[in-house]
Design a protein around this ligand. Sequence first.
Ligand SMILES: [Zn+2]
Length: 242
Amino acid sequence: MLQDLVLLMQLQEIDLRIKEQELAQENFPVEVTQLEQEITKMKAALDHANEKLRKATAEKTTFEEQIQKAKDGLDKSQDRLNNIKTNREYDAVHAEIEAQKHMVNTAETRKKNIIEEIERLQEAVNEAQSMYEAAVSNNEPKIKELKEKITAIDSTIATIVKERDVLVPQIGKHILRPYDLIRKKRKNGKALSLINNNRNCSVCFKVLEPQLYNEIKRGLKLIICENCGSIMVWNGDYTSKS
Ligand SMILES: [Zn+2]
């Protein structure tokens, strides 16, 4: 029995490594998605900022065209002033000139405002750009590493399973069977409770009676915690020799 229990501890260590890989197999793709989504989010923010800047720049062009058009009109009206024959005509051209001047002023003000807006939007684009670049340089190496790990998991598991296959035939069935039953029922895959000098079950922390504690230390039979159902194994050198 002693040897069986020692091997059982080795088996649990192997099984926990397999469990760890299986857990990684579930979690790594989730992590990859999160990291990729972070980059996508930053890219969307950058695109949005760029689009606002593009619209404002287009508006600036529109105002410039409006200014130019009004100025051309103004020039024509000024020319007409020189060929005026009647007062009525004079008043009409003057009204025209006033309207055109007003249009120029309005468009100039709008242009001035949009230029300030463009400066702000350009800063926002720069900020979004550097946040996007930071996300890419932070996350892409992590994504690459995780994807490599995901690819390697199957072969990692296969290697550990080979270790398991070597160990399992060396352990008695009477001990292997309860171990596997308990292990499969546990979400964390831990079937063993390793017992130390502090004299309680390391899984459920129930305090052990002295006699039970001594029996565990001797390691001559399979002892199961009556409280949590774990196989209790002495985590040290066994006191008996057999
Ligand atoms: Zn227990």
